[in-house]
Write a protein of this length. Structure first.
Length: 247
């Protein structure tokens, strides 16, 4: 009996949110893969699935992985770590079942698969046993600084990318020395981020971007943003170019 050839896991980068910013390769793979998988918050359709919806055939096997926890528990707590580790192990097992049966799987990834995404946890668990192909995507931060019309680096500026989950003092230290910066994972970290920017003397330069390139896009100077609830995946930009712009 012939052994079944393993399917390939495709990490499909979808870009920052506008479906027209998906690559031709991403669209081609989605059109050919017999299985499409994606992560989402329970009870929601999921951003990735929404972005790719026009390119997913009704004939595919579709698998949605609902996060057991998201932002309601601090990611450093033992309960979060335990729940999310078990969740990723179960997701990888489900994907490996399709691959072992010879079916390719397209796993949808907002932005770029290798940049702060859940795909990384699938890649680490599957790459040793099955073929994996990664299709890069335009990062969310690139989409946001373009939507904000905020050139991010000039000359020899160094770009610093920071998760908003960092401690206030650590954030401020990085921001104080940064030529340009992007702060990810804003959400309930907003007030701490504002305080860190003030500590670093950079508050007035910061730009807040919510749902960049997508419907409902919101772009305002951070100083004009009140103390309101904001999405976890919003971004704060600190454009560079101080003393480096050539008029």
């Amino acid at each position: 009996m012939n052994e079944v050839k393993s399917g390939t896991l495709f990490g499909v980068g979808l870009g920052p949110g506008d479906p027209e910013l998906m690559t031709l390769k991403a669209v081609r793979v989605l059109g050919a893969a017999p299985v499409v998988a994606h992560f989402r918050k329970s009870g929601r359709p999921g951003h990735a699935r929404t972005i790719a919806s026009a390119y997913i055939s009704g004939a595919v096997i579709e698998t949605a992985f609902d996060y057991p926890v998201t932002t309601e528990i601090d990611f450093r707590e033992d309960g979060y770590v335990s729940a999310i580790r078990e969740f990723y192990a179960e997701c990888a097992e489900a994907i490996a079942g399709h691959l072992g049966a010879g079916r390719d799987v397209a796993l949808l990834c907002e932005g770029d698969p290798f940049f702060y995404g859940s795909f990384l946890h699938m890649y680490d668990r599957i790459k040793a046993a099955h073929p994996v192909t990664v299709i890069p995507g335009i990062t969310g931060m690139s989409g946001c600084w373009t939507a904000a019309r905020a050139p991010i680096t000039y000359g020899d500026d160094i770009l610093t990318v920071l998760p908003g989950t960092l401690d206030r003092v650590v954030l401020a230290k990085h921001l104080e020395s940064a030529d340009a910066a992007v702060i990810m994972k804003v959400g309930h970290n907003l007030q701490k981020i504002k305080e860190a920017l003030r500590d670093a003397g950079r508050f007035q330069d910061a730009i807040y971007v919510e749902r960049g390139t997508m419907p409902g896009e919101r772009i305002v100077p951070l100083a004009d943003l009140g103390d309101c609830a904001v999405p976890y995946f919003s971004i704060v930009l600190l454009p560079g170019g101080r003393g480096r712009r050539i008029a």
